[in-house]
Design a protein around this ligand. Structure first.
Ligand SMILES: Cc1cc2nc3c(=O)[nH]c(=O)nc-3n(C[C@H](O)[C@H](O)[C@H](O)COP(=O)(O)O)c2cc1C
Length: 193
């Protein structure tokens, strides 16, 4: 039987009907179809305090997210473009990766990380995707070749939240395949006792 990777998603906004959250949920269903397990931390679940490097106390929600990242085989980060880069909500969540510095797999090392960037136009999507990938590199992960662009000035979702834009569907499918494939390769490669 094929290994069932654990894929964690972080993203979205606190806005009801967040497009980046919808895209993340679609991605979750795609990886599940490919045999993976998934869990996401979205919007209001990410409203924990600003990361404090000098105080080890953590909100339970922050601890749950960090524990999930620690255990995951692959990660997906989804953010809208806010003023040309990714949102502060997501940056703060990613700052908590500092709590993984002392792990046997420090920060995000050993994991494939996919990025989904949204925006009301292409320009901020490009800069947001590039910013997310810079952070992923800094955290020692393996950014996937596919990065997904959600242009909310176009019709991307239907009324039920389903992704109806064929290009976005194809990109999310390709991203799901890359995450699951890398996680399975990595699992097969990793020596076990
Ligand atoms: C504070 C703020 C800043 C934004 N800045 C930009 C921007 O610089 N460029 C852009 O194309 N869209 C910008 N937007 C639009 C959002 O990126 C876009 O509406 C996105 O789809 C929102 O994501 P959500 O649906 O997940 O909430 C901004 C929206 C907000 C609320």
């Amino acid at each position: 039987m094929k290994y069932r990777p654990y894929v964690v998603g972080i993203g979205g906004t606190t806005r009801a009907g967040s497009s980046t959250e919808k895209a993340l949920r679609h991605l979750g269903r795609e990886v599940e179809r490919l045999g993976a397990r998934w869990e996401i931390f979205c919007g209001t679940q990410l409203l924990f305090p600003s990361y404090k490097a000098d105080n080890p106390e953590r909100a339970p929600a922050a601890r749950a997210m960090v524990d999930a990242i620690r255990d995951c085989d692959a990660l997906v980060i989804a953010s809208p473009g806010y003023h040309g880069s990714f949102s502060g909500l997501i940056k703060n969540a990613l700052d908590y990766a500092e709590d993984l510095a002392g792990d046997s797999r420090p920060y995000l090392s050993g994991r494939a990380v996919g990025c989904i960037a949204g925006g009301f136009g292409w320009q901020a999507i490009g800069t947001t995707l590039a910013s997310l990938r810079t952070v992923v590199h800094a955290l020692g992960a393996w950014p996937t070749p596919m990065g997904v662009a959600i242009n909310t000035s176009m019709k991307v979702f239907d009324e039920s939240g389903e992704v109806v834009n064929p290009d976005v569907r194809a990109e999310l499918h390709a991203l799901a395949e890359q995450l699951v494939e890398f996680a399975r390769m990595r699992h097969a490669y990793t020596p076990r006792q």
